[in-house]
Design a protein around this ligand. Structure first.
Ligand code: NCD
Length: 312
């Protein structure tokens, strides 16, 4: 394939490309049966070096619903990594069998490294505490569904802003849409990384930082909750101290806008009480379904199997 495109971070797609991808995803949501054979004869390799339920199943289900097939592993100890193979060699090898690769890895930058060696598109399904661009596509489709726009929004991101890769990808991506404001809600120890704040400052994007969820809620159009990322902590005591810093309970939504939405990439640990689930503003379980549809659109676009894909 000439001119192979990858998705390693949301910035790899232009705003125009993102728009057309979301349109394609929307048509799939409305008539999934039309796409049931589009990937017939194609193989997706899913290489999960780190645990996952949603993302792996979401990609697998997306490919199967497109009529394609899936190979891969979810435990690196059963792959040649256990024999000492480099990820570069694994990428080269797997791309001889598969048409597209999805990789999750605990180390930042691994997906990018693999993309340099693979002979097919590579999708980053999460690299350490760095980026998670397909969760962002999921989030964008969810926001479009409920808010009908990606502009003029005030978004509160709450929880582990330091290690939360879904948050890093979402904030970087939304910073390209006009009049989007951010409220960064975290304990002092888990603040948004400086490199992200620097890029917002450069773009003149408005944000403020707080550790007070209740104070922030009334202004928000979207509240994006996240769990404290236990696996990125060196010190378990520190994790135990911070893990329940924020718990969204139903009464805290009393001061929220009636049409605010509560999102979460899941898995949830303790940061959203289950009594919030029945509130019409809680959309995190619907978000999961949008994730599958947007991944169907992404696979079709990277494989150039849909005429509406505008990936150059
Ligand atoms: C997220 C991840 O893996 O970063 N999960 C997901 O893909 N939906 C969020 C998390 O693990 O907290």
């Amino acid at each position: 394939m000439n001119n192979i495109r990858h998705l390693l971070e949301p910035q790899d797609f232009s705003v125009k490309e993102l728009g057309s991808l979301l349109e394609l995803a929307d048509s799939i949501v409305n008539a999934p049966e039309k796409y049931a054979e589009k990937c017939k004869g194609k193989i997706l390799a899913s290489l999960f070096y780190e645990p996952s339920t949603r993302t792996k199943f979401s990609f697998d289900a997306a490919m199967l619903r497109l009529g394609g097939q899936v190979i891969g592993f979810s435990d690196p100890n059963t792959s040649s990594t256990a024999k000492g193979e480099t990820v570069a060699d694994s990428a080269k090898t797997v791309s001889q069998y598969a048409d597209i690769i999805v990789v999750r890895h605990p180390k930042e930058g691994t997906a990018r490294l693999m993309s340099k060696h693979a002979d097919c598109p590579v999708i980053n399904a999460g690299d350490g505490g760095h980026q998670h661009p397909t969760q962002t596509l999921t989030d964008l489709l969810t926001i479009m569904h409920y808010k009908k726009r990606l502009t003029d929004l005030t978004i509160g991101v709450c929880g582990d802003l330091m290690f939360g890769r879904t948050i890093h990808s979402l904030v970087s991506c939304l910073s390209r849409f006009s009049n989007v404001k951010f409220v960064f809600i975290s304990p002092d120890e888990l603040k948004m990384p400086t490199y992200i704040k620097d890029s917002l400052n450069k773009l003149g994007i408005s944000y403020y930082e707080t550790d007070n969820l209740e104070h922030a809620i009334p202004d928000l159009d979207i509240l994006y909750m996240s769990r404290v990322q236990r696996e990125r902590f060196i010190n378990e005591e520190e994790y135990m101290r911070l893990k329940d810093f924020f718990i969204l309970t139903r009464d805290k939504l009393d001061t929220a806008k009636k049409d605010m939405i509560v999102m979460h990439p899941l898995p949830r640990v303790n940061e959203i009480a289950t009594d919030v689930d029945d509130d019409p503003r809680a959309v995190y379980f619907n978000q999961v379904k949008f994730g599958m549809y947007v991944r169907m659109a992404l696979i079709l676009s990277l494989l150039r199997l849909d005429e509406r894909s505008v990936l150059s």
